[in-house]
Every structure is written in C-alpha cells, then in structure tokens.
Design a protein around this ligand. Structure first.
Ligand code: SF4
Ligand code: FES
Length: 233
C-alpha cells in the first residue's frame, strides 16, 4: 500500500492504480468522458484534468504513486474542467432537446456536473453530414467528441478489425464507419456501441432510444452518483 493526498485528505491506495478509480473509491468524483474502467486509457478528452504535484494532468492517465499530492476541487482546476466541457459543446452541434440520447448522454450529464450554463467559446456549428450507409447504425456526426471509444473498443468479432475510424484532421475530423463490417455486427454489439458512445452519435436504426424522457439513465440518477456507487460496490 502507498499513501497519497487528494484535496489534503490522506488516502491509502495500491501503487499503480488509476487515479480516477482511487479518487472514486474514496468518495471523490472526477468527471470523465473517454475513460472506461477496465479498458485501456485513451486520454483523449482531458475532462478529468486535476493537479498532480502542482501540474495539470489528465487523472485517467495517472497511476498513483507514494506521496502524490492531488488537487481535484479548487477553483482554478474546477474552472479548467468546465472550460473543457464548454469547448466540446462549442465544437459540435449539441442540441440536447432534439437528441435521442438526452437524459442518457455522458456529455450532457457532465455538463450538469461542472455547472455549465452556456459555452464561453464561440459556437462553431461545424457542418458534418450524417452517415446512413450501414444497415443498423446511423451516425449523427455533429455530436461526435472524438473520444475514440468506438474506434478502440468495437471490433469485428471474426477478424478483430476496427469498425469505426476517424478520418481527416483537426477541425475537419470525421467519424467513419466501415459499412461491410458494421452490417455484420450482432444486436448485442450494436447495443454496446450505442451505449459506449458518450454522446448521441451512434444511433441504432429503427430503435433510436426507446425510454421516454424522465425515465432515462441520468434523469433517474446523476452521473456523479452512478460513478460513486459503482466504485463503492
Ligand atoms: S462516435 Fe461516439 S464513441 Fe465514437 S469517437 Fe465519436 S463520441 Fe466517441
Ligand atoms: S477521461 Fe481522462 S482524458 Fe478523458
């Protein structure tokens, strides 16, 4: 066992454990969008930014070590996390009231957690055409935050090949789907892909999201409560 401090509180942890998990297990919620417990860290969204030894770091990329001093809830770093979430809203077209994933969207839920009201950045309204090409999946490209969860964690069961990919660069980046491989996806695989997308980009055709507003995941319990509950189990 090693000792670290989070916001001045002494915490015992196992060396090398992920800082997001250690914090959660000790009742400290750090927002995440690309990190999935048990999966390799992607480090793409930076929404989990905290201070480690005075330097800003993405908590999901940090394995804990003895003597580490972590600051999660202090105005400068809290505002930095808020700014990161705001920049994601400004970059895509996130029209929550008309999105099938409203109420079960991680980005929306994290927006509430960081107490975002409006983005401080200019909205870009980047035009990105939808992709209807595959039989079971619709890609609402406007909403993609390029977390790369689908790219890394959804693969063709037979060949292990990637089904999703990101084309182009910078502001022109676009999520793509390999139609041939996507058409071979099982129902369970499609459901998992829809679920692991933290926003409403991957939509199952003919189904959308069946639960009515008010009965959806984060309508019932906040992302913070769900994360803390999962960690305490
Ligand atoms: S489609 Fe969803 S899961 Fe894939 S990169 Fe975009 S936001 Fe992430
Ligand atoms: S959750 Fe840590 S970088 Fe995305």
């Amino acid at each position: 066992m090693i000792q670290i401090t989070i916001d001045g509180k002494n915490i015992n942890a196992r060396k090398g454990d992920n800082l997001v998990d250690v914090a959660l297990a000790n009742g400290v919620y750090i927002p995440t969008l690309c990190y999935m417990k048990g999966e390799p860290c992607l480090g793409t969204c930076r929404v989990c930014s905290v201070k480690v030894g005075g330097t800003v770091a993405a908590a999901c990329t940090v394995p804990v070590s003895h003597g580490m001093e972590v600051v999660v809830n202090e105005p400068e770093i809290t505002d930095m996390r808020k700014a990161l979430v705001e920049s994601l809203f400004a970059e895509g077209n996130h029209n929550c009231p008309s999105c099938e994933k409203s109420g079960r969207c991680d980005l929306q839920a994290v927006g509430y957690e960081v107490e975002m009201m409006v983005s401080r950045f200019e909205y870009r309204f980047t035009p990105r055409v939808r992709d209807y090409g595959s039989e079971k999946i619709l890609l609402e490209r406007d909403r993609c935050i390029f977390c790369q969860r689908c790219v890394e964690f959804v693969r063709d069961e037979e060949t292990g090949k990637k089904i999703f990919s990101i084309s182009r660069r910078g502001a022109n980046s676009r999520i793509e789907i390999n139609e041939e491989l996507a058409n071979k996806m099982t129902e369970e695989q499609v459901a998992r892909a829809v679920d692991l997308c933290p926003v409403g980009t991957i939509v199952e055709k003919k189904i959308g999201f069946n639960d009515p507003i008010g009965k959806r995941k984060f309508d019932i319990k906040s992302i913070r409560d769900r994360a803390l509950e999962g960690a305490m189990k």
